[in-house]
Design a binder for this molecule. Structure first.
Ligand SMILES: [Zn+2]
Length: 151
């Protein structure tokens, strides 16, 4: 017996979107990350790459970086005509050993900021020059997750 589920989808005739995102796979952040991109940044449609630690593995300068760049260029850029790439890190990321790996929130924030900006520099050397790279991360705040776009 087959179980068939029908779910309406009004995007099937679309071919382009403005943004490609790479974020961590961590289930705890999936919904709020999506809300941040849609409500705060204003992108209803975007390509999504999810990987442990977001794009942290670009720092290894290995096949992950090569493949990621190839797919961004061929699919997101080539087919979907994206104009921007969002690098989205998150608080308490297991790829860093979680918040407990840091002695303070400031130290944790500094580690993320350092890595995001190195990754941005590495990617910007190989991605098309007119593909804008946006950097952001989430942080635990008193009311919930606080998302910060890095200037
Ligand atoms: Zn993570």
């Amino acid at each position: 017996m087959n179980n068939i589920f029908t779910i309406p989808n009004d995007k099937l005739d679309m071919h382009e979107c403005p943004l490609v995102v790479i974020k961590c796979i961590d289930f705890r952040f999936r919904q709020t990350d999506q809300e941040f991109v849609e409500r705060c940044l204003g992108f209803d449609n975007f390509d999504l790459f999810a990987w442990p630690g977001a794009a942290k593995d670009v720092l290894k300068n290995n096949g992950f970086k090569t493949s990621f760049i190839e797919y961004v260029v061929a699919v997101s850029r080539g087919l979907h005509k994206v104009k921007k790439l969002l690098l989205l890190w998150h608080w308490d990321c297991g790829a860093y050993g979680g918040s407990k790996a840091f002695s303070s929130a400031e130290e944790e924030k500094a580690a993320y900021l350092k890595d995001i900006s190195i990754v941005k520099d590495m990617l910007s050397k190989e991605l098309p020059g007119d593909l804008e790279i946006i950097m952001a991360y989430s942080k635990i705040g008193p009311q919930g997750l606080e998302y910060c776009v890095v200037e």
